[in-house]
Design a protein around this ligand. Structure first.
Ligand code: G3P
Ligand code: MG
Length: 222
């Protein structure tokens, strides 16, 4: 079962920062999950649509310039990182799950992944791109880039969508993940990655269901 650090080791460090990514690697995570937006021509790592919860800024992320965003404190003095900075930090020591949060992120993500594969020795299998936004995923359908389809609630109807997209995994909500779903996904050759699994008894339960990985804020618990 893969241990996927959710927004980095976000139980210990400010989420989606270089510090959280470093901590995830120190704690032995197999993969790091990061949320991304595209602002002023750059992919940045950030979760919310607004700034208040995780920075000292105010208002909507997409209303700000890259320079304004980069001037904010994202916790413990960390800046909102560029995705390229995070990839350089990871340096292939873990898989990277890029979750497309913002609109129009699919094309620039594909560009960045191709660049890291062609120029920096990464492989397509070092990445998995996921999203709740079907439109973004469709842009990348059946390309070299591994895709995961995210479900916020029930994933019962995953089969058609995952097949259409050529996805390799479904990313499911802990509350809606059961043995039957896992068996159906596996029968179609799809992996099952489950979020967000922090309680030791849930980690044990997911292991007993045979899921392929869990997203956790506390990698050491997995
Ligand atoms: O990618 C898994 C999980 O991160 C999806 O939900 O809101 O934490 O991005 P969220
Ligand atoms: Mg996410």
């Amino acid at each position: 079962m893969l241990c996927i650090a959710h927004r980095g080791a976000s139980g210990h460090e400010p989420e989606n920062t270089l510090r959280a990514v470093r901590r995830a690697l120190e704690l032995g995570a197999d993969a790091v999950e990061l949320d991304v937006y595209f602002v002023d021509g750059e992919l940045i790592v950030f979760h919310d649509a607004t700034l208040e919860r995780t920075t000292n800024g105010r208002g909507r992320l997409m209303r700000k310039s890259l320079a304004e965003l980069r001037g904010l404190d994202a916790g413990k003095g960390e800046r909102i990182p560029l995705l390229s900075e995070v990839l350089r930090e990871v340096n292939r020591r873990a898989l990277v799950n890029i979750e497309l949060k913002g609109r129009n992120t699919a094309k620039p993500i594909a560009g960045l992944i191709h660049k890291f594969v062609n120029e920096h020795g990464w492989q397509y299998s070092d990445f998995i791109v996921s999203s709740f936004q079907r439109r973004e995923l469709r842009t990348l359908a059946k390309s070299e880039i591994p895709l995961g389809v995210l479900f916020s609630r029930s994933a019962r109807r995953f089969a058609k969508l995952a097949t259409e997209l050529g996805a390799c995994a479904i990313h499911t909500n802990l509350r809606f993940t059961n043995r039957r779903l896992v068996a159906r996904a596996h029968a179609l050759g799809l992996k099952v990655f489950v979020y967000t699994v922090n309680r030791p008894r849930d980690i044990a339960r997911m292991k007993s269901l045979g899921v392929d990985g869990v997203f956790t804020d506390f990698p050491e618990r997995v």
